[in-house]
Design a protein around this ligand. Structure first.
Ligand code: SAH
Ligand code: SF4
Length: 373
């Protein structure tokens, strides 16, 4: 059977080569060719013996997901749609800033967690991405963007904030993270790789042991009843447990704070009372806040908070001593902003069917009301 070497982190590549009688330094050479130089043709890996290259070509491939489309936004944001088979597609977004270039990477086709304000969640869930499909996004972006005039990679940071819940695809995500950090592959520092989770508490503990990177937590609500409603995984791992998990994570994290993401939904979670509750909630957790103005999508049922409400909320947190950033909406002209990534998801959860049926019912009720004499 042919194996895809993009699926292997260093330890698996070592094992694969050892089974074939190859020396351990071959793994380093191969990682460099595949990830550092973005080479997918064994024939061009010139410092590897010809017989080894032939052996590899007979058994293995370097196969990133196929590129379907590429879009560029007027603000420099780039978005790639990658084919992951059987009609499914995933999206990867590159966001250039003055001092860094950030790639937003997807971990699943769709998402099973159903947060009410999220377009990916709305699309339902198909499957986990393989390690090759996750790291393949960085592989493509590096190939497309290359290096700056100083020879530095244009992609300097990665955030696992694309489609899907990364901690629900633990093993494949961790292998991909290890490749991102590996000096022979992408060599990113742990502080420049951020994983965002909606709060899968046991998996946060596992990540702390397996591969601690910077952590962002999608909080979005300051009390359990509201969070139960808009981030339903909260019913399983409520806020008190989540805060305790954040503290445990920080014991081994590369940064000494957690970033709490908070989507600003008009009239839902954006009052000063919510800000007060939030300050009380996070009291014991060293943290920063990232307020994300809601990015609308069709039939979401939500509106973005008014600029004045966002300002008031931010100022209250700053007054309480916190560092707060309000995320700039980038790439919204190509639907590349947070929560707008939709890719192509062949939903297996029937969520899209249920939602379509619900919309149909509402539509029918409205119609029958409207047509009533
Ligand atoms: N599943 C992970 C990572 C992907 S989502 C998580 O939930 O953390 C990345 C961020 O975008 C999360 O904070 C998510 O809650 C937020 N988000 C989702 N939909 C959004 C929307 N429509 N507008 C703004 N932010 C959104
Ligand atoms: Fe999934 Fe994150 Fe969207 Fe929630 S916000 S549905 S966890 S991708």
């Amino acid at each position: 059977m042919t194996v895809n070497l993009l699926d292997f982190d260093a330890s698996r590549l070592n094992a694969f080569l050892a089974e074939r009688g190859e020396k351990p330094f071959r793994a380093k050479q191969l990682l460099r060719w595949i990830h550092h130089f973005g080479e997918d043709d064994f024939g061009k890996m010139t410092d590897i013996a010809k017989t080894t290259r032939e052996k590899l070509a007979a058994e293995a491939i370097v196969a990133p997901p196929r590129l379907l489309t590429e879009q560029a936004s007027s603000d420099g944001t780039r978005k790639w749609l990658l084919d992951v088979g059987t009609g499914n597609g995933i999206e990867t977004v590159f966001i250039p800033e003055d001092d860094r270039g950030t790639l937003c990477v997807s971990s699943q086709v769709g998402c099973a967690l159903d947060c009410t304000f999220c377009s990916t969640g709305r699309q339902g869930f198909n499957r986990n991405l393989s390690t090759a499909e996750i790291i393949g996004q960085l592989w493509w972006a590096n190939r497309a963007l290359g290096r700056d005039p100083k020879g530095e990679r244009i992609v300097s940071n990665v955030v696992m904030m694309g489609m899907g819940e990364p901690l629900a695809n633990f093993d494949n995500v961790v292998a991909a993270l290890r490749l991102m950090l590996d000096d022979h592959a992408y060599g990113l520092s742990r502080r420049r790789v951020t994983l965002s989770t909606s709060g899968l508490v046991p998996a946060m503990d596992r990540l702390r042991e397996a591969c601690p990177v910077a952590l962002a937590v999608s909080l979005h609500a300051p009390n359990d009843p509201l969070r139960d409603e808009i981030v339903p995984i909260n019913k399983k791992y409520p806020l008190k447990e989540l805060m305790a998990a954040c503290l445990r994570y920080l014991e081994k994290a590369p940064r000494d704070f957690v970033t709490f993401e908070y989507v600003m939904l008009d009239g839902v979670n954006d009052t000063l009372l919510h800000a007060e509750q939030l300050i009380a909630l996070v009291r014991d957790v060293p943290c920063k806040f990232n307020l994300i103005p809601f990015n609308p999508f069709p039939n979401s049922g939500y509106q973005r908070s008014q600029p004045e409400a966002i300002r008031r909320f931010r100022d209250r947190l700053i007054e309480a001593g916190y560092v707060v950033t309000v995320r700039k909406t980038r790439g919204d002209d190509i639907d590349a902003a947070c929560g707008q990534l939709a890719g192509q998801v062949k939903d297996k959860t029937k969520r899209t069917l249920r939602l379509a049926a619900a919309e149909q019912t509402t539509h029918t009720i409205r119609l029958s009301r409207e047509t009533r004499p």
